[in-house]
Write a protein that binds this ligand. Structure first.
Ligand SMILES: [Zn+2]
Length: 286
């Protein structure tokens, strides 16, 4: 499942492509036909990501909510959209109207300022009213990538809970946007055991862990992939081969079971927690 940085990148991209434009929406697959009809003709005012949720805010208090889930994908392009292929839940196309407002020269450029996007396979694609948007936000914990995030709200939950720390951090109502890669890697970097009960985490420990999540996730937004190893443990610094994995990026423990820890050479452990695979170094994260 995409982690929060992917959704924040999509929000920024969609604002760049569509904000200020009137959109035409369609649901070639048919499952969002009614919503698409309501969206058509609306002007996109802003976009935002909250955890793994993508929101498009349109004029007239209309919000499009998308959650990609495990299989959701978004593609986009410039100019005329191609012939629909596959199960497209939502197709958005801009009319280039924001350029036309800029006068004659802009009018000439408007043909290159038309964009489209296709959404396939999402878990959620729906229109929300302002109270429904508020309810969605209310269900989510603070998102390390958001300027308005309040980490104390998450710590209030963590510090009272006997649940393993990794499970708490994966619970979107505790922290939003964090998935298995950020969680396992931040716990490694802070030398915290993933199975430690949340209530054993000190306020100073939480402050460091939160700060590290913010650093790792912001970097992932910039790079478009998750890198978590410090300079001293990069392939070139250690004289080791770079990681080859479809997830990309250099990591310490995620999906490295049995491989030597980059810090202490102990084989990385793997275990199951709440139906997910966990990875940790039994020496560094004692
Ligand atoms: Zn280690």
């Amino acid at each position: 499942m995409p982690e929060g940085h992917t959704i924040h990148r999509l929000a920024a991209r969609h604002a760049e492509l569509f904000a200020g434009d009137k959109v035409h929406a369609a649901s070639p697959q048919g499952r969002f036909a009614e919503g698409a009809a309501r969206l058509t003709g609306s002007v996109l005012e802003s976009t935002e990501a909250y955890g793994k949720h993508l929101l498009h805010h349109y004029a007239g208090e209309l919000t499009l909510h998308v959650h990609l889930g495990l299989y959701g994908k978004v593609t986009d392009g410039a100019g005329e959209p191609p012939e629909p292929v596959g199960q497209i839940r939502l197709r958005l196309a801009s009319d280039g109207s924001r350029s036309r407002r800029g006068g004659r020269r802009a009018e000439l450029e408007s043909s290159v300022d038309r964009h489209w996007l296709d959404l396939r396979g999402p878990t959620a694609c729906e229109l929300l009213t302002p109270p429904e948007v508020a309810a969605l936000r209310g269900r989510l914990g603070p998102d390390p990538l958001r300027a308005d995030a309040d980490p104390e709200r998450a710590y209030a939950r963590i510090s009272r809970s006997p649940t393993p720390l990794a499970a708490l951090l994966l619970d979107q109502s505790v922290v939003a946007g964090t998935g298995l890669i950020f969680v396992t890697e931040a716990l490694f970097r802070e030398a915290l055991s993933p199975t430690m009960p949340g209530r054993q985490l000190t306020p100073a420990g939480w402050e460091r862990l939160w700060a590290d999540l913010v650093t790792l996730m912001r970097q992932a937004v910039d790079r478009g992939r998750i890198d978590t190893v410090r300079d001293a443990h990069l392939p070139e610094a250690m004289g080791r081969a770079a990681r080859v994995d479809r997830h990309g990026g250099e990591v310490y423990v995620y999906r490295r079971p049995g491989a030597p820890c980059h810090v202490c050479a102990t084989p990385v452990s793997r275990g199951a927690l709440a139906g997910r695979n966990l990875y940790w170094c039994p020496t560094c994260q004692r």
